[in-house]
Write a protein that binds this ligand. Structure first.
Ligand code: ZN
Ligand code: ZN
Length: 279
């Protein structure tokens, strides 16, 4: 399995020399199986470059899941070039119990004047809305989901393929249970033995004291979850819009120090734009 992080920033896209290494585009992750399967998680601004990549390799289909429909996870969709290609098929997946037909509603509202000049009915690719449940098998993947602890809810993913497991929990607050969300122990069970856990790391512990209930976690909470779930690697994700490259480095160092101090066999890194992780 191969995971391509087209971006890792949270809340709003940013640019500038202080963000050069980790990047400024918002959430979009591509997961590939060894047998050629591919799924996409989120349509943040990073999906623009993924779209160009799909056209380059002459792909004719994309399967897109959303963690949730906050702006930073959907705002790249109108700039996903395959939308405007005849013959391209885009499958959008939503869970009826959790999101209802939100992906469909959101998509139709995104592509509508005065927000965007091209109306939905002029999109040339075929768009299919599919309902799914946790436990979905497709294209060599096994997908399980868990409800996120986040305002307006959302879903986290556990994706297994080729004997490896990737767990993606962004926009998840471990220190506070939002309505409908799960407990720390439930998230630890969900991420058990993951080869890679990528988790929300929006805040430092000092910042979090004033941001409790905002729907995001600290780097140390993410590390504690990785330890409790016995994950092999931890990727810090959803970097705060004001967090410079040095700031992300500091978070990684803080986690690495605690990991070493506890003698754990856990690798921690900050997810950067364009990063490819092979499991
Ligand atoms: Zn977000
Ligand atoms: Zn969110």
């Amino acid at each position: 399995m191969e995971i391509i992080f087209w971006c890792s920033r949270g809340s709003v896209p940013v640019c500038g020399p202080e963000y050069a290494r980790y990047g400024g585009e918002t959430s979009c992750v591509e997961v590939r199986s060894d047998k050629g399967g591919r799924i996409i998680l989120d349509a943040g601004t990073g999906i623009r470059r993924l779209g160009a990549s799909l056209l380059k390799e002459q792909a004719s289909r994309a399967d897109l899941f959303f963690t949730h429909t906050h702006w930073d996870h959907i705002m790249g969709l109108p700039f996903f070039q395959p939308l405007y290609q005849h013959g391209f098929r885009l499958n959008l997946y939503g869970q009826p119990r959790l999101q209802g037909d939100l992906p469909k509603l959101v998509f139709k509202n995104l592509l509508r004047p005065p927000h965007f000049p091209v109306p939905y009915n002029q999109v040339m690719s075929g768009i299919d809305y599919q309902e799914f449940q946790s436990g979905l098998e497709m294209q060599g993947f096994y997908l399980e989901t868990i409800v996120l602890s986040h305002p307006n809810l959302g879903q986290g993913f556990r994706i297994s393929s080729d004997g490896r497991t990737f767990v993606f929990l962004t926009d998840n607050e471990l220190g506070y249970c939002h309505r409908g969300g799960a407990s720390f122990e439930e998230y630890a069970r969900f991420a058990r033995n993951a080869d890679l856990l990528v988790h929300d790391s929006e805040f430092t512990p000092a910042e979090y004291r004033h941001k409790k209930g905002w729907g995001h976690s600290t780097c140390t909470q993410a590390m504690e979850l990785a330890a409790a779930s016995r994950a092999k690697r931890l990727g810090l994700f959803h970097h705060n819009q004001d967090r410079s490259d040095h700031g992300v480095d500091d978070m990684v160092q803080q986690c690495a120090g605690e990991i070493n101090g506890k003698g754990m066999a856990l690798e921690c890194f900050g997810v950067f734009q364009g990063q490819v992780v092979r499991l």
